[in-house]
Write a protein that binds this ligand. Structure first.
Ligand SMILES: [Zn+2]
Ligand SMILES: [Zn+2]
Length: 286
């Protein structure tokens, strides 16, 4: 394999091209073999592991993956980041369990004090109130999220995953394609002041309350911790001091803030002002 075989200038493929590239068992086997390795493999090492005798055929399939999913370096072949991600998505989606029996949660519903339950069904998890029927959290997640986890810990796992993804979205990344997002504030579908985050690349829309952005503000995390609330350990539905505070839209063109929140714990208050991208521009204690 000479340098002339290196494929460095390939145009980014469309999603359709990428899927048709991967619709082949040999190519998936190549990605699988490279996925688990720390060091690159040479052409013949890789061919042996995949178990294909015909070197010409093997070279043809490997060539199809080169550039987008597999990279050839001086040490050999390795996965690109896209190769890792596409195979990671395959692993996350191929777990035999696809539903769980509802798991009861000890904490009360933040809206009505009723009974909360964690549910996973067909690629979605939900934290739902049996009494007021509110979906406190509802988010898509492939069944890999159930893998290696006890039933009892699933509510906490769902909360951590939701916090992780909501943080990504608040920071302006589409959680699916990593494209940039645009924010639309004050949408009617959400209790309180809601936001719609739309991916400018894949078009995906994600709806959530704006209060979730507060978890990305270091002053909020520190304020909560000083008052005995650890926002990393506490499930999202039990963080009422943060999400249950006062919130208002700032309706003043000359003011750089679009939203203002006031969190009060133990007679101390923290005021947080966010811009229209939901980024904190000012915090004040009182
Ligand atoms: Zn409820
Ligand atoms: Zn996207």
């Amino acid at each position: 394999m000479g340098d002339s075989d290196r494929d460095t200038g390939r145009e980014p493929a469309s999603a359709e091209d990428a899927f048709s590239l991967l619709a082949d068992e040999t190519r998936l086997a190549i990605l699988r073999e490279l996925y688990a390795l720390d060091d690159p493999l040479t052409f013949s090492e890789l061919r042996e592991r995949v178990g294909m005798r015909d070197s010409g055929q093997f070279n043809y399939h490997l060539g199809k993956l080169k550039g987008q999913f597999v990279e050839q370096t001086e040490e050999g072949y390795e996965l690109t980041t896209s190769g890792f991600r596409v195979l990671g998505a395959v692993f996350a989606g191929t777990y035999e369990e696809r539903t769980i029996d509802p798991v009861p949660i000890d904490d009360p519903c933040p809206l009505c004090g009723g009974r909360l339950t964690a549910v996973y069904d067909r690629d979605h998890f939900e934290i739902v109130c049996e009494d007021c029927e509110t979906h406190v959290i509802a988010y898509p997640a492939p069944p890999g999220i159930l893998r290696g986890r006890d039933r009892e810990e699933l509510p906490a796992v769902f909360s951590r995953y939701a916090r992780h993804v909501l943080g990504q979205i608040t920071d302006g990344f589409c959680p699916f394609c990593l494209g940039p997002t645009e924010v639309e504030l004050d949408i009617p579908e959400v209790e309180g002041i809601g936001a719609n985050h739309q991916c400018q690349h894949c078009g995906l829309e994600m709806t959530m309350s704006t209060g979730i952005s507060l978890l990305q503000v270091p002053e909020v995390v520190a304020f909560a911790r000083e008052h005995g609330l650890d926002v990393q350990e506490t499930p999202l539905w039990a963080q009422d001091p943060i999400f249950g505070g006062d919130e208002r839209l700032v309706d003043d063109e000359s003011d750089p803030a679009a939203l203002e929140f006031v969190i009060t714990i133990d007679d101390e208050s923290l005021t947080i002002r966010l811009d229209d991208r939901l980024r904190a521009i000012e915090t004040t204690r009182s």
